[in-house]
Ligand binder design. Structure first.
Ligand code: ADE
Length: 346
């Protein structure tokens, strides 16, 4: 069980245990992640909510309310959990819904939390039902109810927990049960970042990585990062490699274009998978509407990957629309992929 849990002591800023690192825990990503709220760029309304909640909790000397973050991958849900831990001086325990297989897994974690400690559950919508049921009294009454024996001999014992803070993250708030959703005092959705915000993030990361990026290089990166800090940081590293090996180390618009052409990232930031997804709708299903399971089957991809990773940005830029009868490709998508459009027909 503990293999899947990363215990993270924010004060020491050091990982105590953990073998399989998720993408968010990779050392390079960690090093670029802002550690304090004042270093955080973008999501201004979310940041304001958190600043107020943290400040108010400090004034009252009590832990903050449980927090639920919702939004596509790579927008900062995990980062914000780390920041809340740092700002409140709390210990952070990181786990995920799928890693909590049995009620005992969660009980083991909950009973070790100290007053004010933070438990971060990533992909909380994938928490098994049996585990979720332990969360209700834990979140509401800071207690766990054990039931011994069965039938007429059944007895229940309530075990008191320390007052902890649960931070949940989900890409699919619709899959969260209503009782769980309602137990979070703070619920915020993270949206895609604007290009100026991404430019600022690229500049900050470039400084931390000690690389030089020209103005037009940072702009080009921001246009190709699908509104996502995790993507701009990853692309920045690929462009750095390219600039050092094929160029003179300097990163400008040209370097970004050449390096990202090799990565299969086009001028709107679409990847091979994005383009295959759109082409499937257009070529196989005459532009749609088509159900997600049919697209997934044709592409031989998991439909969850398409819904969580591919679709949010394509919906955001209006390349696809979701109707009650399925997904459709928009005219902009046809144009972007070089299809001719005549008389409204494709
Ligand atoms: N690195 C990744 N996301 C960031 C953000 N929102 N602000 C600053 N640096 C970041």
């Amino acid at each position: 069980m503990t293999d899947d849990i990363l215990t993270y002591t924010s004060v020491k800023n050091e990982m105590l245990s953990g073998s399989s690192l998720s993408i968010d825990e990779e050392p390079e990503i960690l090093s670029l992640r802002p550690g304090s709220i004042s270093d955080y760029i973008g999501q201004s309304e979310v940041v304001e909510t958190l600043k107020i909640a943290i400040e108010a909790a400090k004034l009252r000397s009590e832990p903050i309310d449980h927090v639920l973050f919702h939004g596509p991958p790579g927008l900062g849900k995990t980062t914000l959990a780390h920041i809340i831990a740092n700002e409140t001086g709390a210990n952070l325990t990181v786990t995920s819904g799928p890693a909590l297989e049995k009620g005992g897994d969660l009980i083991g974690i909950l009973t070790h939390l100290e007053e004010g400690d933070i438990l971060f559950i990533d992909e909380i919508h994938r928490t098994p039902k049996v585990v979720e049921e332990f969360l209700y009294p834990a979140m509401e009454d800071f207690a766990i109810d054990f039931v011994f024996d069965k039938g007429v001999n059944a007895r229940s014992h309530r075990y008191r927990l320390k007052r902890f803070v649960l931070i949940g993250a989900t890409t699919r708030v619709g899959l969260l049960s209503a009782p769980l959703r309602e137990r979070f005092g703070i619920f915020r959705t993270l949206d895609f970042y604007s290009e100026p915000e991404l430019v600022e993030i690229a500049r900050r990361s470039a400084q931390l990585l000690k690389i030089e990026v020209e103005e037009d290089g940072a702009s080009e990166l921001s246009r190709r990062s699908r509104g996502t800090p995790r993507i701009i940081n990853r692309l920045l590293k690929r462009v750095r490699d390219y600039a050092q090996v094929r160029g003179d180390g300097l990163i400008n618009k040209n370097t970004v274009q050449e390096a990202l052409a090799l990565e299969g990232v086009d001028n709107k930031g679409l990847t091979n998978l994005d383009r295959r997804y759109i082409k499937t709708i257009i070529d196989f299903y005459k532009g749609g509407p088509v159900g997600i399971e049919a697209i997934a089957a044709t592409l031989q991809e998991e439909s969850d990957t398409l819904v969580d990773v591919v679709e949010p940005f394509l919906l955001k830029i209006g390349f696809i629309v979701r109707t009650s009868s399925g997904r459709k490709a928009s005219e902009e998508a046809y144009r972007h992929l070089g299809y001719h459009i005549r008389n409204g027909s494709h």
